[in-house]
Design a binder for this molecule. Structure first.
Ligand SMILES: [Zn+2]
Length: 328
């Protein structure tokens, strides 16, 4: 799976501009689904039939980025965020636009006690004038983090593991599932990072009986970290709550039972912030029981997100278990 993850994290596909990663995923799953289609918002849906219960499994294709709002007289780009960007972590990092233009983040001098905000930052694409900058990039273009994939053995580091790791898990589960017992809708969603938008239309179209998102979650296992029980390498995380969802008890029990029965390492997750596609799925039509299989991830929303491949494998096995368990 490492090669698949490397490929998926190497493309630049910010929210609303998911074409490159969607093409890559389509290529990977073509032989493994009964039907594949795109909805009008751009979600990629792969159906595999096997039973009456409709199960929507969602992983988001988009990644965070920055969008050019203005180009100043000296050719520095000013920008706004696409998804959750932490200004404190940007200076010195690089970003890349769809046309290949690369820039480095810089910051204005701050007064004492002044907080670093996005309006104090700029992107330097090496232009010597506004005119030269405008030849490379226009207002409204979106750049994503530019950082290479690093293989640390059992652990890997890359940008956009949020949520290309979820995409990789869903692709791998689709390849492995031998005996689907439910009507599966593996959905690669758009625009999660800007408000769970793709999941909303996908779920409306599919009208599922059960929804499960596959996405990353924060950890509490680094020096002086925020108190969170989640640790890298301790298994797939079964979400209990975040800011978008209280997992339906039936779904929490289902995932816990399947993990126990199949000897899949797991941990319970309570995240005091954030949300995933399941937050939108559960509110579809008259309501959908929903939950999340999470992958513990350090340094979320930075160019260097880190996951443990043992957790990834546990998540794949848990997704396959859901696919192969008759839920009628
Ligand atoms: Zn995510």
């Amino acid at each position: 799976m490492k090669e698949l993850i490397r490929k998926l994290t190497s493309v630049s596909s910010p929210s609303g501009r998911e074409e490159p990663v969607r093409a890559l995923i389509k290529e990977e799953i073509t032989k493994h689904a009964d039907e594949i289609w795109e909805d009008k918002l751009g979600n990629l849906i792969a159906a595999k039939h096997g039973g009456k219960t409709k199960v929507l499994l969602a992983a988001h294709m988009d990644e965070i980025g920055v969008i050019v709002t203005d180009i100043d007289e000296q050719g520095f780009l000013r920008f706004s965020n696409v998804g959750g960007i932490n200004p404190q972590r940007l200076v010195g990092q690089r970003a890349r636009f769809a046309n290949g233009t690369i820039g480095v983040f810089g910051a204005e001098k701050l007064e004492e006690n002044q907080k670093l905000t996005l309006s104090k930052l700029y992107l330097d694409i090496g232009a010597r004038s506004a005119e030269e900058a405008r030849q490379k990039v226009s207002v409204g273009e979106i750049a994503t983090f530019y950082h290479e994939f690093s293989d640390l053995g059992e652990r890997i580091v890359a940008k956009a593991l949020d949520d290309r790791i979820g995409c990789a898990i869903l692709i791998e589960a689709l390849k492995r599932v031998a005996n689907p017992q439910n009507d599966l809708y593996c959905t690669f969603t758009v625009q999660e990072e800007v408000g769970l938008r793709g999941a909303r239309t996908a779920a409306f179209g599919i009208d599922p009986d059960l929804g499960i998102a596959i996405d990353v979650t924060g950890t509490g296992d680094t020096p002086e970290a925020e108190r969170l029980a989640i640790k890298l390498g301790q298994g797939a995380a079964i979400k209990v709550k975040d800011n978008s969802l209280i997992t339906h008890p039936m779904v929490k029990d289902l995932l816990t039972d399947l993990a126990t029965k199949n000897n899949i390492p797991y941990q319970f997750e309570v995240l005091p912030f954030g949300g995933t596609d399941s937050g939108a799925i559960q509110l579809t039509k008259a309501g959908v029981p929903a939950g999340v299989i999470s992958i513990p991830c350090r340094y979320l929303h930075t160019p260097s997100e880190m996951v443990d491949l043992n957790d990834v494998e546990a998540a794949v096995r848990l997704v396959v278990a859901v696919m192969e368990t008759k839920l009628d």
